[in-house]
Design a binder for this molecule. Structure first.
Ligand SMILES: Nc1ncnc2c1ncn2[C@@H]1O[C@H](COP(=O)(O)OP(=O)(O)OP(=O)(O)O)[C@@H](O)[C@H]1O
Ligand SMILES: [Mg+2]
Length: 290
């Protein structure tokens, strides 16, 4: 089976990690072996799910569902090791002061290494990873664009040789919609939706892919409009004021859906859940993901 890659991105704080976890859990329940990947130096899921540790090597947290944290440096290290084969030689190469300086100044090198690792399955390059799906809890929009731009930067800088060829093969995977799916998480609010729309334009223009939108924390209240209107007549009470506020929020939400509909073909709505238990929250989100 061809490995699938799901990127989950969006503005900071909109619920990327929760949605990524829900998507990963959903796929694992469909019988797929899933790896939920965090990018960066710190694990969110370690604290969120109260796990013993989250590092470069996957750890299973549910049947068919594992989690890992990939830093740029760890991905580069693994790449160097794979190329050089002999671990002690790779160490020598990697821990060399000149090499360390190069890694820190080369623009986009950690990003390139992360993408190299993420796309290694479909490219059949590097240490094999035994997963059907990778769900990447990716960076927020700005940094995510920089991540995706890294291989084309490298391919332009080095046209020939293995680095150039690999960068081009990474780009091919990023553009292949049968392998790579993009999920942009937003809130039904102006700014997150604006950022989501801009990112979606970028993805369409640069990679010819069609991202889907996950509208998160949607107010999903089953109060008939007549009851709201009725409560609003009590203008001197908190209930009346709250009813007014709620109606305005619902109106605004409606106009956000309309706006989103002009840019996204697929929109998934996930309600705002009044749930404090992390797994229960993720479970509830799973039910809303098609
Ligand atoms: N549908 C939802 N209903 C209720 N609470 C939610 C929902 N989605 C996310 N949350 C809560 O909102 C907060 C932010 O979610 P999360 O950490 O997933 O966002 P993020 O986009 O990953 O943030 P960051 O940009 O910091 O990585 C968390 O406390 C999470 O539990
Ligand atoms: Mg997060």
């Amino acid at each position: 089976m061809q490995q699938e890659i799901h990127f989950v991105t969006g503005k900071g704080g909109v619920g990327k990690s929760v949605i990524a976890a829900a998507l990963a859990l959903k796929l694992s329940r469909q019988g797929k072996k899933v790896l939920l990947v965090e990018l960066g130096d710190q694990s969110f899921f370690k604290d969120f799910f109260d796990l013993a540790d989250v590092g470069f090597q996957p750890v299973e947290i549910k049947p068919q569902l594992s989690v890992a944290l990939w830093t740029g440096e760890a991905c580069l290290r693994e790449y160097a090791q794979y190329l050089i084969k002999v671990e002690s030689l790779a160490k020598l190469f990697f821990d060399n002061a000149v090499m360390k300086a190069f890694i820190n100044i080369a623009p986009g090198l950690p990003e390139l290494a992360m993408l190299g690792k993420i796309t290694s399955g479909p490219r059949k390059y590097g240490p094999p990873m035994n997963f059907d799906c990778l769900v990447v809890d990716a960076f927020a929009t700005g940094h995510f664009k920089a991540l995706l731009a890294a291989p084309s930067g490298m391919a332009q800088a080095v046209q020939i040789g293995p680095m150039g060829e690999q960068s081009r093969s990474i780009i091919r995977v990023l553009r292949d919609q049968s392998i790579t799916k993009y999920h942009i998480v937003s809130l039904p609010e102006e700014l997150p939706l604006k950022e989501s729309t801009e990112l979606s334009e970028y993805l369409k223009n640069e990679f010819s892919v069609e991202p889907s939108l996950v509208m998160n924390k949607v107010l999903d209240v089953n109060i008939p409009l007549s009851s709201l209107k009725n409560a609003e007549t009590q203008t001197s009470s908190d209930l009346g004021l709250f009813a007014q506020y709620l109606e305005q929020q619902l109106d605004r939400q409606q106009s956000m859906f309309k706006q989103a509909g002009t840019n996204f073909k697929t929109i998934v709505k996930v309600p705002l859940f009044f749930e404090t238990d992390p797994w229960k929250l993720v479970e509830k989100a799973v039910e809303k993901i098609p």
